[in-house]
Design a protein around this ligand. Structure first.
Ligand SMILES: [Zn+2]
Length: 364
């Protein structure tokens, strides 16, 4: 089995906001949700820790995810808090609640937090040498999807000290720092200060979810390591959530890596959430996006996987031929069918993100 580096999962959000026990099997989590009516994704999850070990996911980038931007603050209910907070402090507290999940999983051996390149390399070697992954901790590099939990740019160092190593300045909508998906506009003044502080500390820039203008500005201001953790291609699927060819070329020129997401609406044009039958989209569509990045790059050194498979959806919104995150392994055969060499597939599965993070994390 090839090891996988998954550049985007929202693990702690699933426990803190959706009350999921990720230490259980997929069947157990689905059964526990069989009577829950609060989302189409209930009972259709694809990600738990045992399933990730079956998938050969040695390392993932795990997020803290909470929003408190200008639009997010207009709350209609205080009962359901899964993403949006009316107060900055509520958002900050939610992110710390998610952080507590990662610390607990670390203490109980489910995961290993990877804060330095030495920890990453040692962890990777441990997985490479193992004959079974069943008892191994899954490596997690901590990221933030939407920077609102950073109360002010000058407090970023607090999060750095806790192990935060990458930031997506915005998610959907506007954050206090940048314009995200479905909005337009540049970084805010606070966003410019945040990017400068990221640069000073060594927090990497993940451009996923930034509006075109914010991405342009962030890539110009920020000179450190960049990637797009879970991002498909706009020339295959129109819409601002996807990267233009020019953005892909720019990321490649910067040594960036683009992780292919497994969220069906980003993979097939015209896919409508809640309506389109997932059977119409397949893992072959993921390969189309990976291949498009490789064609633009001229090599297989800038494409990866950022599955996002626990990003608020389940099998109702994944490729129809995927039942579990373990099915990511089948991308290998599909890439081989397209003529990708073994070494290229290894790079797409893990080598590219492993190289980038090995160069980007602090030495020790
Ligand atoms: Zn996302």
């Amino acid at each position: 089995m090839r090891l996988i580096f998954d550049a985007h999962l929202d693990l702690a959000w699933n426990t803190a906001s959706f009350d999921r026990d990720l230490t259980l099997s997929l069947d157990e989590v689905r059964a526990a949700e069989s009577n829950m009516q609060d989302g189409r994704f209930r009972g259709r999850g694809t990600v738990t820790f045992p399933e990730m070990r079956k998938a050969g996911i040695a390392v993932c980038i795990g997020t803290l995810l909470a929003r408190s931007g200008p639009e997010h603050q207009r709350q209609t209910s205080y009962l359901r808090k899964e993403l949006d907070y009316a107060t900055r402090l509520g958002c900050y507290a939610a992110a710390h609640g998610q952080y507590a999940c990662y610390r607990h999983w670390e203490a109980t051996g489910e995961i290993a937090m990877l804060r330095t390149r030495e920890e990453l390399q040692r962890h990777w070697q441990r997985w490479e040498a193992a004959s079974s992954y069943a008892d191994l901790p899954i490596g997690v590099i901590l990221s933030m999807e939407g920077a609102d939990p950073v109360m002010a740019p000058e407090t970023l160092e607090q999060w750095w000290d806790l192990g935060l190593r990458a930031i997506e300045p915005a998610h959907y909508g506007r954050s206090h720092y940048a314009s995200g998906t479905a909005t337009e506009g540049p970084l805010t003044d606070a966003g410019r200060a945040l990017v400068a502080e990221m640069q000073r500390l060594g927090v990497c820039l993940d451009v996923t979810h930034l509006s075109d203008e914010s991405m342009e500005e962030a890539l110009t201001l920020y000179e450190g390591p960049v990637w797009a953790s879970h991002h498909a291609c706009r020339s295959l699927v129109p819409g601002d959530r996807q990267l233009t060819d020019e953005q892909i070329r720019r990321l490649c020129a910067r040594g960036g890596v683009i992780g292919a997401p497994l969220d069906a609406w980003m993979l097939s044009p015209g896919w409508v959430k809640g309506q389109t039958d997932p059977a119409g989209t397949g893992l072959k569509d993921v390969v189309d996006h990976i291949d498009h990045v490789c064609q633009l790059a001229g090599d297989a050194l800038h494409a990866g996987i950022g599955s996002d498979l626990d990003g608020g959806f389940g099998t109702e919104q994944t490729p129809g031929d995927l039942n579990s995150i373990a099915d990511l392994q089948r991308l290998g055969g599909l890439l081989a069918d397209r003529g990708y060499a073994e070494a290229d597939i290894d790079n797409i599965f893990s080598g590219n993100f492993l190289r980038l993070l090995s160069e980007s994390l602090p030495p020790a």
